[in-house]
Design a protein around this ligand. Structure first.
Ligand code: NIG
Ligand code: FE
Length: 424
């Protein structure tokens, strides 16, 4: 007989405990089901959830380990740790100058064509020592965690040479275990064609396929491969070639798709059985239908429309009504969405995607877990799942989109440990 597990952490008096109980992805009306327990409690044993239920029942039935930490939530909301399924956190300089240029009327693509944009970040990352990049990345991890995000997917893509892509992915790998934030690495060598290959893009694609992907997979530096599939960046055919090579090498697929124009990126992602297609501001009706009939998750990033000052947002309502699995993410990056707050994204999703608070919570928990291939341990809060939790300074979960521009995550728990807001 295995020894009885004892609680090492007990959270009681939770006004609204959002468990996300239920199986599989949340699609359509199921996105509004939060598995909410009023006056809830959670017991944690080590890194895992031990019990979830009514506060008094959980407290009465869970044997407490010596030194068990007890948090009285005093009626606050508790949710699973948020998952940010699309970030670009490894970069050096910020690009606030481009933000101002856009206010003066320049477009994202015009700035990129004039040598700014991703290529400017690439020149900077190549020159910046790894220690400095690591320090900047760590501070971004701190801010993500402080905002209630306990797991992220993190892309390379500001290196665009074999060495600089490896340098970026090694920063992620070296930080593993040195920060509570859990980080799932993605190779994004196809983020842009770098300056030195501008007139020989086929040679750059060959380099990605013949040198970068083998180097990344040999050193086990990434779990996913992503491509910026967009007019003026990588075409459908180029994206397909790159992702075929990535899949062959054992990487799972993600796509930046239909962000600035509809190029059929969503359909390509579905046809290649990608785990997610992201952005999708200009997805077509046939793209929506294809995604609804697939397991590919739509990761929507309204922070980019907002920060680029555009009017076009992803057609989230049509996607939800069609039955597409929808997740939301920050897209944290220096160019199109410089934020570490998923709560802010939930506010934008409410105002611009017309998503309810409950739909957005599904989108940043269970559906984001599927988009990161972590659904086995990061789904609903239930005995045996990883104890990643957030205590919010709110009495009603609908405050999440409504009360904006401030951080309401008061305590963040990762693998059973209080990693933010640990007070006596
Ligand atoms: O997700 N779309 C491509 N990549 C980023 C932007 C990167 C940048 O401008 O630095 C994005 O929006
Ligand atoms: Fe992105």
């Amino acid at each position: 007989m295995s020894p009885i597990k004892k609680a090492t952490l007990l959270i009681k008096n939770i006004g609204q405990l959002i468990t996300m109980e239920g199986d599989g992805p949340r699609r359509g009306p199921a996105m509004r089901e939060l598995g909410m327990i009023e006056h809830g409690g959670v017991a944690v044993a080590g890194e895992e959830i031990l019990a979830v239920g009514n506060s008094d029942d959980v407290e009465g039935k869970s044997p407490l380990a010596h030194g068990c930490k007890i948090i009285d939530a005093q009626g606050a909301v508790v949710t699973p740790g948020l998952i940010d399924a699309h970030t670009h956190p490894v970069f050096g300089m910020t690009r606030e100058k481009e933000f101002e240029m856009r206010l003066e009327g320049k477009t994202y693509m015009e700035i990129a064509e004039a040598g700014g944009g991703i290529r400017a970040s690439v020149r900077d990352l190549r020159e910046t020592p790894a220690e400095i990049l690591q320090e900047k990345t760590l501070r971004r991890y701190d801010r993500l965690l402080a905002h209630g995000i306990t797991t992220i997917e993190a892309k390379s893509g500001y290196g665009l040479s074999t060495d600089a892509e490896i340098k970026s992915l090694k920063i992620i790998q070296d930080l593993h275990g040195h920060h509570p934030l859990e980080v799932i690495p993605t190779f994004l060598g196809a983020h842009e064609v770098p300056d030195e290959f501008r007139n020989k893009r086929d040679a750059y694609i060959d380099l990605i396929i013949n040198e970068m992907i083998p180097a990344v997979t040999t050193e086990q530096l990434a779990e996913f491969s992503d491509v910026f599939c967009e007019e003026g960046v990588f075409s459908i055919e180029e994206s397909r070639r790159i992702q075929q090579a990535a899949a062959k090498a054992g990487l799972k697929l993600k796509f930046h798709a239909d962000e600035l124009k509809d190029t059929g990126g969503a359909e390509l992602a579905v046809s290649m059985n990608a785990i997610s297609a992201d952005h999708l501001m200009y997805i077509s009706e046939s793209g929506i239908r294809a995604m609804a009939q697939s397991n590919t998750v739509a990761v929507l990033l309204p922070g980019t429309s907002f920060s680029l000052g555009g009017k076009q947002y992803a057609p989230a309502r049509r996607m939800i009504e069609a039955g597409v699995t929808v997740a939301l993410s920050t897209d944290c990056n220096p160019g199109s969405s410089c934020t570490e707050s998923l709560a802010m994204i939930v506010t934008l999703a409410a105002l611009h995607l017309k998503m309810t608070a409950a739909e957005s919570i599904s989108a940043v928990t269970v559906n984001a877990a599927i988009a990161s291939d972590r659904a086995d341990r990061r789904g609903p809060l239930a005995p045996g799942t990883q104890a990643d939790l957030v205590v919010w300074a709110m009495a009603d979960y609908r405050e999440l989109p409504y009360h904006y521009g401030v951080n309401l995550a008061t305590r963040v728990i990762k693998r059973g440990k209080v990693v933010v807001g640990n007070t006596k």
